[in-house]
Design a binder for this molecule. Sequence first.
Ligand code: NAD
Length: 507
Amino acid sequence: MSREQQAVALARKAFETGRSKPLEYRIYQLKSLQRLFIERQQDVSDAIKKDLNKSEVGTQLYETLGLEGEISLAIRKLKDWAAPRPVEKNLLTISDTVYIQPEPLGVVLIIGAWNYPWAVTIQPLIGAIAAGNAAVVKPSEVCVHTAKVMEELLPLYIDKELYPVVTGGVPETQELLRQRFDHIFYTGNSMVGKVIMEAAAKNLTPVTLELGGKSPCYIDKDCDITVACRRVAWGKYTNCGQTCIAPDYILCEPSIQNRVIEEVKKAIKEFYTDDPKTCPDYGRIINQRHFKRIMAMLEDSTIAVGGENDESDCYIAPTVLQDVKPEAKVMQEEIFGPLLPILSIGSLDEAIKFVNKREKPLALYVFSQDNKVINKMRDETSSGGLLANDCLVHYSVSSLPFGGVGNSGMGCYHGKFSFDQLSHLRACLIKQLKMEGVNSMRYPPHTAKKLGWARFFILKTVDLGWLGRMALLAIMVVAVAVVLQVITAMSRKQVSFSSTSCYFKLL
Ligand code: NAD
C-alpha cells in the first residue's frame, strides 16, 4: 500500500467510526485548529517568509486572520448550520414534516495551491470539519517550507486519522486521485482543474474547483483616479501579484492612461518605498520557473513603471505596462505576477465587449462614481464575483460565496457556503401513517376527477403564515373527508383513463 493509499484508508476507517459527526467533536477539532494559529503563529510565518518573503504582519493579515475568523464563525454557527432546515410545503404535504437535513459527504480530498498556502488549504478544511467529514489534506509542494510545517503541525492539533496530511507533488497527487473520495476540493490553475475533474469523473465524485484566470479592472474616467489607483495598486502588488483575484489588467479610456500610470506609480512608492527590493512588505516570485514565465511576458510590451528584476532573488519590481495590445504576450494568460498592463478602450460598451469575448473571470473590478456604470457592468457581464471601487476585499466577507464561474471554477465556499458545499443537503419528508384518504387520488384507477383534485392540491401555492396554516389544516381535514367520500363513490363506478396523461409530481 502506498503512503497515499494508507492515508485515504485511514481517513475512511476513521470516518466509518462515526466520530466526525457529533457537533461537540467537530467543535473540539475546530477549537484545536484555532489553537494552532495562536500557539504556532511564528512557525507559520517563518515558513511563509522563506517561501514567499511575506512579512509576519502580512501573513497574519492575508492568511491566518481570515482563518481564525472563519473558525470562530463556524464554531458560533455550527448548531444552526447543521440543524434541520424546514422548507415550504405544498397542500399535499401540509401535515407532514418536510425539511433539509445536512449530512457529511464522507472523505474529502483537499488539494491546495501555493500562493496563500494556509488560506486556500485550511479554509476548505474548516468547512470539511464543520460539515462532519474526514479530509485528506494535500498542501502544494511548491511552497516547500509551508508544506513541511503543515505536515508537522496539523497532526499535533487535530485528529490525525480523520484529517491526515499527504505531502508531495504531481505523482503523489495523481496517486491520491486514483483513490475514491466523496468530494474533491481543488485550488489551482484551470489546466490542472481539468485533470482533477477527469479523475473525479471515474467515480462520479463531485468537485469544487477554485481556479483563476485574468480578472479585468475597468476604470471609468469619471472617478477619483487617485483613490482608484491606490486600491488597484494594493490589489495588484500584494503578494507580488500572486493572488487569484488580483486585478490582472486595466481597461481605461486613452485620455486617462497617463494619470493612471502616475497615480499607480505614486501608490507603489507610498506602499513599497523607492526601493521595493528592500521593503519588508514586498514579496518575491515563488520560484525561478515562475520568474522566467513572468519575465517572458514583458517582451512585446512597453514598460511605463518598474521592470527591474533579479533572477537570483526571484525579484520583479512592481511594474506598469502602457498601451498594451490585446495580442501582447502579457494578455494571453493569467499574469500571476507584479505586471499591470493598461489597455486603451473607447468606451464602457467596448470594455464590456472586451470582457465578454474572453473566459468568465474569477473577479471583475469596476471603478466609477456613477452607479449606472457599475450596474451596467454587473448586468452585462458574468464573473465569479463583482467588486466596485475596491479590490480583493469581497474575499473577506464570509457571507458572500467565493468561487468562479465557467473557466474560473465551479462551486463556492467561505462561511456557511463551505459547510453547504461539503455537506449533502438531504431531502427529508416524514409522514404519518394517517390520512390515507388524501393519497387515494394518486392510486389507480386514475380518473379525471382524481386528477382534478391532484391539480388543486399540487398547483395551489400556500403562504399563509402560522395562523393561516392552522386554518388550512382544519380545512384539509374536512377536505379529506369529502375526497374520501367522492373517491369511494367513484371507484364504485370505475371511471378510468390513461395513467400516462395524469402523471403528477407526487411520485
Ligand atoms: P500549484 O502548482 O501549487 O498546484 C496546485 C495543486 O495542484 C498542487 O497541490 C499540486 O500538487 C497539484 N498539481 C499540480 N499539477 C498537477 C497534476 N498534473 N496532476 C495533479 N495534481 C497536480 O498551484 P498553481 O496551479 O500554480 O496555482 C496558481 C493558480 O491557482 C492560479 O491560476 C490562481 O489563480 C489559482 N488560484 C485560485 C484560487 C481560488 O481561490 N480560486 C486561490 C489560489 C490560487
